[in-house]
Design a protein around this ligand. Structure first.
Ligand SMILES: Nc1ncnc2c1ncn2[C@@H]1O[C@H](COP(=O)(O)OP(=O)(O)O)[C@@H](O)[C@H]1O
Ligand SMILES: O=P(O)(O)OC[C@H](O)CO
Length: 493
């Protein structure tokens, strides 16, 4: 019986293969860390061949570990770090440059030049995105400009572009399929949100030939079959950006449903279904998924430093020895004693978008202890999230009454209780921590009939803990006002 789904979660720091059964149970996990290269300040690159090798490695490892055979896998779903860009030679299959990672700022000058030409509004209107090197378009431009002859080769149809979903599908199908899905394509800055196709005006502006771009497809469909890897070809039945996958894995299927992933950064997404909401408050608009031609759009706010601030307490300040210790230490004091930590080490993301801002610790006195700083750092994850939630409420006109959470730092109960308090909102943690991979598994399973309908999936969601707001309103407002003062002081600095 083909009872299992394999999700490949190709993330920034590692590639994982996770096997799920029909009841959403995790049967096995294999993981391989990836190397990041920092050739210049602000540049982040990876080797796309290593990403492929890590993918093959974890697929075989998870099967070996669990004893499950390839014939028992009903489908593979791929979810991936978004925006990260690779360009390769169609004939040889070799990348012509390193994969440029979403965090990398090396293509900033193209965005600055377009900003100076006043093109930001037009691009935002068409793509839902802010003119920033975060997205793929300027990264492709960088590669075509920096590899000798690349522009001409691309125009002759000799080069292909892909985000990691496309690269892995192409490799898994042995070069048979060059495709992406709408959720990934919506982060390239080349796709028009309304037509869900590449936009001619944008292609011209970036001087990117259409023939190097993957076909855009639904998120959940049989794209192809594995070729050459296993005795039996396995259908590849979902491609989906990792943050959208987590929204799906959390079964946030209704308009107004919100999930927040507390990882290295925070990614907060709201499902707005068929509505394209253009943010007035620094949020992004993109596609969540398209299933059988039905598109769900999302509003997204990204916070650059969240769990990374906890790592800074551990590795930078060395005042905790593990991330989990942050919780017990924070609880050793009753409050932060007026201390605020603003961990904008790499600038401020949504809703501020101030790339140059540095971080800070404010409100220090002679009585400030390590525990106050630890507590204030955890609280900063909740405050940054609140800023995005408030922006989302304004943009969508919807009150956010509950928020579903996942990611490494969502293990921290103190954080989630404070988040609930400060937002005056229910915070819900599900029993399954691997919601990103689960989302990809659901989308693949839907395409091959393991689950017949989204409602069958909805039933699988199980609550592990609910955090209810307990803070008095006056206290809540005072806390938020303090944060506002801290953020403004930092932006002035
Ligand atoms: N108990 C905890 N309290 C606070 N932060 C935590 C805790 N456990 C893990 N983290 C943080 O979560 C992050 C890892 O989460 P993860 O979802 O694996 O991130 P990513 O997918 O971005 O690599 C790290 O930055 C770590 O510091
Ligand atoms: O790989 P992650 O989990 O850090 O996610 C990266 C995001 O998709 C970037 O947009």
């Amino acid at each position: 019986m083909q009872n299992y789904i394999m999700a490949i979660d190709q993330g920034t720091t590692s590639t994982r293969a996770i096997l799920f059964d029909q009841q959403s149970n995790i049967i096995g996990i294999a993981q391989k860390e990836l190397e990041n290269y920092y050739p210049h300040p602000g540049w982040v690159e990876q080797n796309a061949n290593d990403i492929w090798a890590s993918t093959v490695g974890v697929m075989f490892e998870v099967l070996a570990k669990t004893g499950i055979k390839d014939t028992q896998i009903a489908a593979i779903g791929i979810t991936n770090q978004r925006e990260t860009t690779v360009v390769w030679d169609k004939e040889s299959g070799q990348p012509i440059y390193f994969a440029i990672v979403w965090q990398s700022r090396q293509s900033d000058s193209y965005c600055e030049a377009f900003k100076a030409q006043g093109l930001e509004e037009m691009i935002k209107e068409k793509t839902g995105l802010l003119l920033d090197p975060y997205f793929s378009a300027s990264k492709i431009r960088f590669i075509l400009d920096h590899v000798a002859g690349a522009q001409e080769r691309a125009e002759r149809g000799e080069l292909l572009f892909g985000t990691m979903d496309t690269w892995l599908l192409w490799k898994l199908s042995q070069g048979a399929k060059h495709m992406s899905d709408v959720s990934n394509a919506s982060r390239t800055m080349l796709m028009n949100l309304k037509t869900l196709d590449y936009d001619e005006e944008l292609l011209k502006l970036w001087n990117i030939p259409r023939c190097m771009l993957p076909e855009i497809h639904d998120t959940s469909e049989v794209y192809s079959y594995t070729s050459g890897l296993f005795d039996h070809p396995i259908p590849i039945a979902a491609l989906v950006g990792d943050q959208q996958a987590a929204l799906f894995g959390q079964t946030c299927f209704d308009a107004g449903n919100v999930k927040n992933t507390y990882g290295t950064g925070c990614f907060l997404l709201m499902n707005t279904k068929e509505k394209i909401i253009h943010s007035q408050h620094g949020l992004l608009t993109c596609v969540g998924w398209r299933i059988k031609g039905q598109t769900a759009y999302v509003l997204e706010g990204s916070v650059f430093v969240a769990g990374a601030a906890i790592q800074w307490l551990r590795d930078g300040l060395a005042i905790i020895s593990s991330s989990s210790e942050s919780e017990s230490r924070a609880k050793q004091v009753n409050d932060c004693d007026g201390v605020y930590v603003v961990p904008s080490f790499t600038g401020l993301g949504a809703p501020y978008w101030k790339p140059q801002v540095k971080g800070g610790i404010l409100g220090l006195t002679r009585g400030t202890k390590q525990e106050h700083i630890i507590r204030a750092t955890i609280e900063s994850l909740a405050y940054q999230t609140s800023d995005v939630v408030f922006a989302m409420q304004e943009d969508s006109g919807l009150a956010i009454k509950k928020m579903q959470v996942d990611g490494g730092a969502s293990r921290n109960d103190f954080l989630l209780q404070f988040q609930s308090d400060i937002l005056n909102t229910q915070v819900i943690r599900s029993t399954i921590s691997e919601t990103t991979a689960l989302g990809a598994a659901y989308l693949a399973g839907l395409a091959v009939g393991v689950w017949k309908h989204q409602d069958d999936i909805r039933k699988q969601f199980q609550v592990a803990s609910i955090f209810e707001p307990m803070m008095e309103e006056e206290n809540r407002i005072a806390h938020l006002n303090g944060w506002k003062r801290a953020i403004h002081a930092i932006m002035e600095f």
